[in-house]
Ligand binder design. Structure first.
Ligand code: H53
Length: 825
């Protein structure tokens, strides 16, 4: 198709009404009046997907006709959130659809609400991938997201008696209107077996896998619509199915059980997402999942490449870039080598050069429990040929190390890809890539100077930083219509595609009229959230209180404990000074804990116990309220961000690689209380110290204190009455009437160390006083409404840097070297 082919450009109100009515009739045999919200939603989704199709096809025609370089973002997780509202916003159809639905007598909000929130990710890493896809399409970069179509996303969290209960999340229950199943691109993926070498006609030996079992990978494509552009990229999620012919053969041999086993094995592969965030599950099925989607993706990419360029693989890096989202897709390095060598007979040296130029790796954490290592036994049994290749990569790499450093056995043991009975995935990714990036300036520096220092010494040119970002389309335009309107009225709507334009708000930060408007919008958002809370948990919260929010995965390094300890302390202070004046505050938590993370689950129980105590105590008289909202997910985050006054970003310095929730709250006009960790450091640079409350040790101080080995929480306990009170309340029955020992584990972890860990590993008590001081300052600052409004507006005005558009442009220009395309209709 050339650029002049006419395509439908607008979807009119009447057309929407017609199509939705028709769809409801033909698919569900209902009228608009009798259709359920679910059915209306489905009809709308199909209508929009239909409308998108021409752009989607035109985008791919552009890729083809211009033969552009494409980036493949390889990720085990894509935490997309709902599709409908986002697609509608990016297509500028919001108003039209609302009007159409109103004329049909349909409640559009209910229909939107009928969409499942696909939880195909567990935290920041998965959500980052989703924001990146939005930016890639908006900026017009040719890209695919490649991952797994889990049938069950992250569990649904219920709170029963204060405890987390996990329920399966069957997000596909009501269908999957956005996907297109592409049987024509199905790929076979092979596991197990043994490697043999076979001589070809020229007498050259090649490796082949025998006695393997295989599964079929079927791609489901989802459209990723850019804002205000015709570009529609693809999220390709692979689903696993058994291969029919294999069944049949086993069946004929009378081996029915084997046939069924194959079926089950295949089905299990894409059944469920592992819900651990920042920790490894170490399960065989997880390694299978990794190889499954990597092998399918790379096979398909090479197939497409050879259609155009035959077997001239020397130019592969000019057309293809693989971005490895954390170590989970590291097998890409070995799989690309395997296909180049075993299928296309490329030599090792050439295959290696091509692989290194084609792959790039992003590191998202320095938490040691998140660094993937696979036992050799498992790895070589499941992926025998891949293991051979990894061993050879390692052998050559270690030989180079000797050249670089001389024969230093310690160095080699520390840096080897295969060592101590394990395959170290991060090292495979580093050695096999041309770029290694961290996700915030401080994190990238820690990688260079501490965690990956040895690698930085040998490959300084590979290391770079790409500070994370978030898409302002979902995280302001969509989720906060009130603030969006206010901003657009004052500075125009250019910010939706260029977030730096928000700096135009700076002169308005001190403007009394604008401050009033801004605070009115904030209050309206707080009322909306209060109503939702009332509906869902029957708790009344005061929209005039400070909304203080900490929402993220539950992890000890994120220090939800510091927050709750401060609340216990505040409660105690109020009890002792019943007439004390403080600005009323509503503390809101939401967090999922990994199902197997006992301590994290206990902390959830603790938060709920504190909530029970505080919310039911008449002396407190509503001055502080504590609330744990269940089932934190993208949709809930969209309701919380607009309503926040205070954003809690309080991880132990050096531990949070970047954070992205911090950026979402800043963009929506919350003021941050935070440590100098992750992207907070850059938020301080942008906003200025008058507009953020920084507290606690720096990363360097944390490191020094750890190395000194002198940290003694007992000293803090003995010296500080308040700390003593807080800790004692954990074990004297205050928080767990009748169950005195319920929280003793946390008490012990703080003071004595528990299960081999250092006491107070994350320095909660060390930072306690400094955190209290910051909270006290917040209380006072809030009393001065004009000052508070000015701070909040300044946060919005200086958040431009944290657009994922900026991040993606940097990846595109500095790592991938890809160019945007234009799709004309
Ligand atoms: O990735 C985010 C960071 C955040 C980091 C998070 C993350 C995961 O969600 C899962 C695994 C992992 O290694 C890292 O914790 O700091 O903002 C996106 O980069």
């Amino acid at each position: 198709m050339d650029n002049t082919t006419p395509l439908p450009v607008g979807l009119t109100k009447d057309e929407i009404k017609r199509r939705v009515t028709e769809m409801v009739r033909t698919v569900f045999r209902k009228t608009i009046e009798t259709a359920s919200s679910q059915q209306i939603y489905n009809a709308l989704a199909y209508t929009i997907k239909d409308y998108l199709s021409d752009r989607w096809i035109a985008t791919h025609d552009q890729y083809e006709s211009q033969d552009v370089k494409v980036v493949y973002y390889l990720s085990m997780e894509f935490l997309m959130g709902r599709f409908l509202g986002n697609a509608v916003l990016n297509l500028s159809l919001d108003e039209t659809i609302r009007e159409a639905m109103e004329e049909l007598g349909v409640d559009y909000n209910l229909a939107e609400d009928a969409e499942a929130d696909p939880g195909l990710g567990s935290g920041g890493l998965g959500r980052l991938a989703a924001c990146f896809l939005d930016s890639l399409s908006t900026l017009g970069y040719p890209a695919y997201g490649c991952g797994i179509r889990y049938h069950y996303g992250i569990f649904e969290q219920h709170i029963e008696n204060g405890y987390q209960i996990e329920k399966p999340d069957n997000w596909l229950k009501f269908g999957d209107p956005w996907s297109v199943r592409r049987d024509e691109y199905a790929m076979e993926v092979r596991f197990g077996g043994k490697v043999n070498s076979v001589k070809d006609e020229q007498g050259v030996y090649h490796f082949v896998l025998e006695d393997y079992h295989s599964v079929l990978a079927i791609p489901y494509d989802y459209p990723v619509v850019g804002y205000n552009t015709n570009v529609v990229n693809t999220l390709r999620l692979w689903d696993a199915e058994a291969i029919d012919r294999f069944d049949l053969q086993s069946f004929n041999e009378g081996n029915y059980e084997r046939a069924v086993e194959e079926q089950n094995l295949a089905r299990r592969l894409s059944e469920v997402l592992y819900p651990a965030d920042n920790t490894v599950a170490g399960k065989e099925l997880r390694l299978r999942q990794q190889y499954f989607f990597i092998s399918a993706t790379i096979q398909r990419v090479l197939m497409r490449f050879t259609e155009k360029h035959k077997e001239d693989f020397s130019v592969l890096p000019d057309y293809v870039q693989f971005q490895l989202n954390d170590t989970h897709p590291s097998l890409a390095v070995a799989e690309l080598m395997r296909i180049l060598m075993d299928t296309y007979y490329v030599s090792w040296d050439q295959a290696w050069e091509i692989t290194r130029k084609t792959c790039a790796y992003t590191n998202h954490t320095i938490m040691s429990e998140a660094l993937e290592k696979w036992p050799i036994e498992l790895f070589s049994r499941l992926l025998p040929r891949i293991y051979m290749i990894v061993e050879e990569i390692n052998r050559r790499f270690c030989a180079n190390l000797i050249d670089w450093f001389g024969n230093d056995p310690n160095k080699i043991r520390n840096m080897a890809i295969v060592a101590d009975g394990q395959v170290r995935m991060a090292y495979l990714a580093i050695v096999g890539s041309h770029s290694v990036n961290g996700v915030a300036a401080i994190h990238s520096n820690i990688l260079k100077t501490q965690e990956l220092r040895d690698f930085y010494d040998i490959y300084p040119e590979k290391f770079n930083n790409k500070t994370n970002g978030i898409t302002q389309r979902r995280w302001l335009a969509k989720c906060n219509p009130g603030l969006s309107r206010l901003i657009t009225q004052n500075i125009g709507d250019g910010w939706i595609s260029n977030l730096d334009e928000l700096t135009k708000l700076k002169p308005l930060a001190g403007d009394a009229g604008f401050q009033t408007d801004f605070m009115r919008v904030k209050r309206e958002n707080k009322v909306l959230l209060s109503n939702y809370i009332k509906q869902t948990s029957d708790l009344s919260v005061d929209p005039d209180s400070i909304f203080d929010i900490q929402v993220k995965r539950l992890h000890e390094y994120k220090r939800q404990l510091l927050n709750i300890f401060h609340i216990i302390d505040l409660y105690n202070t109020i009890k002792m000074n019943p007439y004390m004046e403080i600005v009323p505050r509503t503390f809101i938590f939401a967090a999922k804990a990994s199902a197997s993370y006992h301590r994290a689950k206990l902390i959830i129980k603790l938060i709920n116990s504190v909530a029970d105590l505080v919310n039911n105590d008449k002396t407190v008289n509503g001055r502080i309220r504590v609330l744990f909202m269940e089932n934190y997910r993208v949709t809930l985050a969209e309701q919380l961000c607009p309503a926040a006054d205070v954003s809690e970003q309080i991880s132990t310095a050096g531990k949070e690689a970047s954070g992205t929730g911090n950026m979402k709250f800043m963009l929506n006009g919350a003021v941050t209380v935070g440590t100098l960790d992750g992207a907070n450091v850059e938020m301080l640079e942008e906003a200025g110290e008058d507009n953020i409350f920084i507290f606690g040790m720096t990363a360097a101080e944390v490191l020094a204190l750890t190395q000194s080995g002198t940290y003694s929480p007992w000293n803090l306990y003995n010296m500080d009455y308040n700390i003593r009170f807080v800790l004692t309340s954990l074990i004297n029955g205050t928080l767990a009437p009748g169950e005195h020992d319920l929280f003793r584990e946390i008490y012990d972890a703080m003071l004595n160390g528990y299960g081999g860990a250092r006491p107070d590993e994350y320095y909660v008590l060390q930072d306690f006083q400094s955190y209290k001081n910051a909270q006290f300052k917040i209380n006072n600052a809030y009393k001065d409404t004009a000052r508070w409004a000015e701070m909040a507006i300044n946060n919005v005005a200086t958040s431009g840097k944290f657009s994922s558009d900026r991040t993606i442009r940097q990846y595109a220009e500095e790592i991938w070297r890809i160019k945007p395309i234009q799709v004309k209709l």
